[in-house]
Design a protein around this ligand. Sequence first.
Ligand code: G4P
Length: 281
Amino acid sequence: MVINWYPGHMAKTRRLILENIKIVDVVVELVDARIPYSSRNPDVDEMTASRPKVMVLNKCDMADPAATEAWVAYYKSRGKTAVAVDAISGKGLGQFKAAVDLVMRDKYQKDAEKGMKKRPPKLMIVGIPNVGKSAFINKLAGRAGAKAEDKPGVTRTKQWIRVSGGFELLDTPGILWPRFDDEKTGLHLAFTGAIRDEVYDIVEAGCLLCAFFAQNHPELLQTRYKLDDLAGKQGHEILAEIGKRRGCLVSGGEVDTGRAARILFDEFRGCKLGKITLEMP
Ligand code: G4P
């Protein structure tokens, strides 16, 4: 499937992140818990290597909890600190704060040895579009009565949000470009709505999502759309069946597969088919 996507802002973002990294203590990298691999920027480690990092598996309310646990364990096994968060309800924010404390421990200790007072760590949030950066910032900030303030002496152009008793957030997150190094990653971004529907063929993507379900969770599609056994059926046949069930017909009785695909995507993204993680570590 061809995705017509041009990463025009890559150089600018890279420059902004490299500039900002000097004034933050911790990088907070958000990924989508349903697609932790595909929603990770391929260059983020290299760009942010000079700072400790906390990985946030956001939208964990939409992902399979067992799969999210497996991802957290996987990151841990690779020496990374990761927490699962739902930025809408605020679930996981307590664990997030503890994780920031953990990655700051060495710095706090060094500061104390130098006789410096403990000060709130400065965080920069980074992630691809739609991963929930704004929601996460708002939730963290709203929670503790945030106050945006200018901090002359640090930088005049940047806004810091002080989360009382916690830390300071750079309120302009680093918007990273997604990974497009193989077809599967592009598809996963399309399935979850991380890239706009206009940049790929929605019918083709719909057929591929049907094929994914037929292989991994056939019972969920069958129950939702009252379909017969899916064994041996191709994605396009399943999509046509879904269209028929939902009355997506055009004159002559043919199925409007575009409409059927849009219904399928809306319901998949709205978790009507269940909490589904598309990829495992
Ligand atoms: P961004 O800054 O990284 O681009 O993402 P943003 O916060 O705008 O979030 C993108 C969409 O994802 C928003 O939905 C937001 O509500 C939703 N979202 C963010 N975090 C979570 C989460 O942890 N769980 C769930 N279920 N949803 C999350 P939207 O439909 O684009 O807008 P709206 O629903 O806020 O109107």
